[in-house]
Design a protein around this ligand. Structure first.
Ligand SMILES: *Cc1c(COP(=O)(O)O)cnc(C)c1O
Length: 376
């Protein structure tokens, strides 16, 4: 059997172990310490220097805290992009609030501004103002944040920006994660950089980040004993994981370059093939190319995305359909949805190709050898 080629696997830079060793040597084996502070600083600088950062145990924890900080309570409605990973929407359910799903537009595959506004107007006509809007930057491609923020401001609804897949992506030089009232990042094992598991909540508002730190460390009031006037969470990152993160921040820009080079290889080889389409960058958009994705039109290409996925799998190569939209998930059946079929079509015909920054040329050649059999 050929060795496994993963969709996206961890890629250490080399200095991570130094930071972890230092944590051992100084006995900072705790959910706080110099690596946590250093990691937060590194992220803040990377995002442009004016962003405040609370490093957490996961991106999902960031979304949960973000909704808590925006005041979402049981029975409230929260608008969420339908085409996404379930972690974008699950925290709405943690709070007993109701997701209202919005479809994608076809240019970035992210939340459609037109359908977002339609959803808000329709909810308002029913006497409800949604408490928050959760747009996502799928596969690293920035959503149409200028339009989404305009609409959000017009209706006075805060934005929780899910930038879990988009660290290093930007629009006109502004980094993803910094557009919303609150942004979240993920450092899960398959993301562009990883702490083995981790995330961050970011905001230009220092008060929000201070409150996130407070809630993420069990909401202890200032007192010598344990005193609580709020429900807290245990969501802080460990000083060990943050050490891995500091090492990874040193190579983040390089990782973005490597993933973009992999996208370019796929694009140059397959863009001319009839029935295969790529997600390209609108003017001013910069995508970290976390995953390279293609749409296969079966009627024109002569094969389906599932044909290709199974052939890759037979050669021990991992590929994956695009995210199945949340409004089609059994667990969210019955939730409101505003759409026009865009996300559903992307799901039916879309495939994520191996995109890790540690793929070798031999790996890429194996992937192309399988694809070549279909397009001949
Ligand atoms: C990975 C991911 C998350 C969750 O991040 P974790 O760190 O795994 O909890 C949230 N949203 C999206 C879009 C993701 O891809």
């Amino acid at each position: 059997m050929n060795s496994k080629i993963w969709l996206s696997s961890p890629h250490m830079g080399g200095t991570e172990q130094n930071f972890v060793k230092e944590a051992f040597d100084t006995n900072w084996i705790a959910p706080m310490g110099p690596n946590v502070n250093g990691f937060e600083n590194d992220i803040s600088l990377f995002l442009g220097g004016t962003t405040h950062v609370a490093a957490l145990s996961s991106g999902t924890a960031g979304l949960h805290l973000g909704l808590v900080l925006l005041g979402v309570k049981a029975g409230d409605e929260v608008i969420c992009q339908s085409m996404t990973f379930s972690a974008s929407a699950n925290p709405i359910a943690y709070l007993g609030a109701k997701p209202v799903f919005v479809d994608s537009e076809s240019e970035t595959w992210n939340m459609s501004p037109a359908l977002l506004e339609k959803a808000i107007l329709d909810r308002q006509a029913a006497g409800i103002t949604p408490k928050a809007i959760i747009p996502v930057h799928l596969y690293g491609m920035p959503a149409k944040m200028d339009e989404i923020m305009d609409i959000a401001h017009r209706y006075g609804i805060p934005v929780l920006e899910d930038a879990a897949e988009a660290l290093g992506s930007s629009v006109n030089g502004r980094m993803c994660g910094t557009f919303g009232d609150i942004g979240i990042l993920s450092f899960n094992g398959n993301k562009i950089i990883t702490t083995s598991g981790g995330g961050a909540l970011v905001s230009e508002n220092p008060g929000i980040v201070k409150d996130a730190r407070f809630l993420s460390t069990q909401a202890r009031d200032e007192a010598p004993h344990y005193q609580h006037s709020k429900i807290g969470y245990n969501y802080r990152i460990s000083n060990l994981c943050a050490g891995v993160g500091r090492g990874q921040m040193e190579v983040l820009a390089e990782r973005v370059g490597q993933r973009r080079a992999i996208y370019n290889q796929y694009y140059n080889k397959l863009n001319a093939v009839r029935g295969i389409h790529f997600l390209t960058e609108p003017a001013g958009y910069f995508c970290n190319r976390w995953l390279t994705t293609i749409i296969i039109e079966p009627a024109i290409a002569g094969f389906t995305r599932e044909d290709l996925r199974l052939a890759l799998e037979k050669d021990n190569i991992e590929s994956r359909p695009l995210w199945k939209p949340m409004h089609l998930q059994p667990v969210f059946s019955g939730c409101a949805f505003y759409g026009d079929g865009t996300a559903e079509n992307l799901f039916i015909n879309g495939l994520c190709l191996p995109s890790g920054s540690n793929l070798t040329q031999a790996d890429m050649d194996r992937v192309f050898a399988i694809i070549d059999k279909f397009i001949r």
